[in-house]
Design a protein around this ligand. Structure first.
Ligand SMILES: C[S@@+](CC[C@H](N)C(=O)[O-])C[C@H]1O[C@@H](n2cnc3c(N)ncnc32)[C@H](O)[C@@H]1O
Length: 371
């Protein structure tokens, strides 16, 4: 475990696998590492029989004090039973440090997080699936664990989870996984908690990308709690005028349009931001246009965070990760979306760039020079 990085198992986790030992398994259970590839799937035994149970190999990382998992109850074939998932963290002798139950109807999905005291290593995770309500067969239903992460918890993680942002350990979109960015952010941002400053976030609501109409701004709500004295500014292509959050203003604009960005700065009285977070479209061209335009509006020593810097959805342009790695190697900002004078200005005013990968996705932390 590197500091600030989760131990996780999911489709994007490359070669990482956990070894698992099962008891009371039936023929339909799927165990990773067995001849069956894929996620772990447990199908309950009959209501009178002991439930299928698995124990994961020991994890020996002293800092770990939380585990989050995502469970999906299969939608096909349909059934009327309610399944119960019990997840526990145990010592090797079977002492339970934390446990919780989750009930799932057919076609439901939900996260489960366990917190426990750090330093009781080695630890193991135990899981079993039974019926919470048995309506009958012949189809019983099954539960798939599609994601598991063990990590050192922090308050920002809990705020992101509670608000419904995928910067935490529980919320994810589509076939993705939670990003756990809080592991990288908390050590950077904690020292600023009680200070008064301006914070800008670009991109406010993932749900709106699926429903079309925004309904909430989860990460802004987490920032509101984490930084009680900060003035918050939200920027999004959609209208968040409905938000009504104390000391928070939103602006509707396109982050790839320098005119929109200028109108925003003017409308918000040209603030100097201590923190800017780009969680907007994630398109490299947009990220680089926003960086070129907004970096000079950071305070000296300010932080510019860009989430998901290695995604390349549309065009053959350098990713923001490539541009920033180029800067780390040669001290030059080279991007087709950043004009030469702006690039030279960035080179002169960037103090440091660090790239973090707490889980599945990279985030860049760019610090501005303090003089
Ligand atoms: C990943 S979501 C933001 C999630 C939010 N920050 C959170 O943590 O819960 C991306 C947001 O970016 C907005 N967006 C997409 N393209 C944009 C663009 N070109 N300019 C500004 N915002 C954009 C979407 O409307 C959406 O609200």
């Amino acid at each position: 475990l590197q500091k600030g990085r989760a131990v996780s198992r999911h489709a994007g986790a490359g070669q990482q696998r956990f070894n698992v030992r099962g008891e009371h398994l039936n023929a339909w259970c799927v165990i990773p590492g067995s001849p069956f590839a894929g996620d772990l799937v447990l199908l309950p035994n009959g209501p009178e029989d002991p439930p299928p149970a698995v124990r994961f190999a020991h994890l020996d990382v002293a800092e770990i004090d939380a585990v989050s998992a995502l469970f999906v109850s299969a939608s096909n074939p349909q059934h009327a039973n309610r399944l119960s998932v019990r997840m526990a963290v145990e010592t090797p002798r079977g002492e339970v440090l934390a446990q919780q139950r989750l009930e799932l109807d057919c076609d439901q999905r939900a996260p489960l997080t366990l917190r426990f005291p750090a330093g009781r290593t080695p630890l193991r995770l135990a899981l079993e699936v039974a019926f919470a309500h048995f309506e009958g067969g012949p189809v019983f239903g099954s539960v798939r664990m599609r994601y598991l992460a063990a990590y050192a918890d922090n308050e920002l993680m809990r705020l992101f989870n509670a608000a419904g942002s995928d910067k935490g350990s529980e919320v994810y979109w589509g076939e993705g996984v939670p990003h756990l960015y809080a592991l990288a952010y908390e050590p950077l941002l904690e020292p600023l908690r009680n200070e008064q400053f301006d914070l800008l976030e670009i991109g406010l609501d993932t749900a709106s990308q699926h429903t079309g109409a925004p309904t909430d701004a989860p990460s802004l709500r987490a920032w509101r709690e984490f930084f009680p004295h900060a003035r918050l500014h939200g920027y999004d292509i959609n209208d968040f005028g409905f938000l009504g959050m104390p000391d928070a203003r939103t602006f509707q604009g396109d982050q790839s349009d320098p005119d929109d960005l200028s109108r925003f700065l003017e409308a918000h009285d040209n603030p100097a931001f201590r923190i800017i977070i780009d969680d907007g479209s994630h398109v490299p061209a947009h990220q680089q246009t926003s960086l070129a335009h907004l970096f000079e509006h950071l305070t000296p020593g300010g932080l510019y965070l860009i989430e998901d810097i290695s995604w390349q959805p549309f065009e053959q342009s350098p990713t923001t990760g490539e541009v920033l790695r180029g800067f780390l190697e040669h001290g030059r900002i080279e991007s087709p979306f950043i004009a030469a004078p702006q690039a030279r200005r960035l080179e002169e005013t960037i103090d440091s760039v660090s790239i973090h990968r707490p889980n599945d996705s990279e985030v860049a932390v760019i610090r501005k020079r303090s003089t």
